[in-house]
Design a protein around this ligand. Structure first.
Ligand SMILES: Cc1cc2nc3c(=O)[nH]c(=O)nc-3n(C[C@H](O)[C@H](O)[C@H](O)COP(=O)(O)O)c2cc1C
Length: 199
């Protein structure tokens, strides 16, 4: 799998879901393979902060859907996050997903393991919100930076942000945004591993 897409907002057919679909449509058009996961479809308990993963690299919570995400998040060469903003940051279900990657952070830092490190990995952040302040995307960009770092991806990544997108279906009424997102996905797909190998 070239790309893992993460949709972090609770509205299943909302603006950020369409944003991810459109981005991955472009990436697949470029020949990349992609799998996507939506926090809205998953049962993910919040991190308990118990600290057990700092000793074992594993989460003690075994009976929810997070188990299916560790392997793709620890190995995918490319990861795209798509989210709306709730109080300037990732909505709670999506944030629970990010918090539950703490076992991958534990493997990297307290345990000093290197198997998740992907220095050539590529991340991308897609985010949108209803308002338009200059600092609107600062918190979500920081959260994503340290999420990527903790799972072994580079801390730098490309991003697209859209302001003043609020109602259900609103992004679909902006064909110029959809074109930008599709073209960013196309360019991302062209950066997949092996594409720059001289023939
Ligand atoms: C609880 C809640 C908090 C929100 N907080 C913000 C916010 O801090 N800044 C903002 O620009 N939009 C905020 N919004 C608006 C959403 O980001 C916006 O409606 C977005 O288009 C929803 O995307 P979705 O359809 O993918 O869920 C909030 C919406 C809700 C329901």
């Amino acid at each position: 799998m070239d790309i893992v897409g993460l949709h972090l907002s609770p509205r299943k057919k909302g603006n950020s879901a369409l944003m991810l679909d459109e981005f991955l449509r472009g990436a697949r058009e470029a020949g990349a393979s992609a799998a996507s996961y939506s926090a809205a479809d998953l049962n993910i308990e919040p991190c308990r902060g118990c600290g057990a993963c700092e000793k074992t690299g594993e989460c003690v919570i075994k009976d929810d859907d997070m188990g299916q995400l560790y392997e793709p998040l620890a190995t995918a060469p490319m990861i795209v996050v798509s989210t709306s903003l709730f109080f300037y940051d990732v909505p709670a279900k999506g944030k629970a997903l990010i918090d539950r990657t703490q076992p991958l952070w534990s493997r990297r830092y307290p345990l000093g393991r290197t198997e998740t490190l992907r220095p050539e990995g590529k991340g991308f952040l897609l985010a949108l919100g209803a308002t338009k302040g200059p600092d609107l995307f600062v918190p979500v960009a920081l959260c994503t930076k340290y999420f990527f770092d903790s799972i072994g991806m580079p801390k730098t990544f490309d991003s697209l942000f859209f302001r003043q997108i609020e109602a259900l279906g609103e992004l679909a009424r902006h064909p110029e945004h959809l074109k930008t997102i599709y073209e960013a996905g196309l360019a991302f797909g062209r950066q997949r591993p092996g594409m720059d190998t001289p023939r």
